[in-house]
Design a protein around this ligand. Sequence first.
Ligand code: SME
Length: 173
Amino acid sequence: MSQATSDQHERLRERYARIVAQLEPLYAKVRDPQARMASAAALLHHKMPHFFWTGFYRFEDGDLIVGPYQGPIACMVLERHTGVCWASVDRGEPVLVADVHAFPGHIACDSRSQSEVVVPVRDAAGAIVGVLDVDSDKPDAFSQADVDGLTAVVALIHGARGDGDVGSAVSGQ
Ligand code: SME
């Protein structure tokens, strides 16, 4: 999104702020991380026209396995230390890829994906427990505004519990 105007970036930042404001009261109802991920994926995917695939990969026994997502069918398990999602985990930071074909080891779950952004998901203790991955079918579709907005969204996943916390009853905690 390097060609976008500052007005377009500002509108994008405002859109992320509205998404965060919409998720907060939903997350106050349930703290189960997968329920929260499912709601985030659905909301982001349907509010952001440049999102082609929107979803989470979660750690399970050392593997990144697919979590809640919206979009075309995706890879179930990602080869360790390969591709954009693992790069985000290994670096411990977001990874923005303008052209996935130029990214060494990129894992193409769908040949239509052209650009990608991945942000780590951390638990309350700060450990990386997965990633939020977004693909676009357009090249260079993402910017720092997406990194910042998606970082704000994933910070909510393992955030404080709310009133009427159903997740605590389900998990028995
Ligand atoms: N492209 C990712 C794999 C996941 S799909 O994009 C849904 C990667 O290289 O890690």
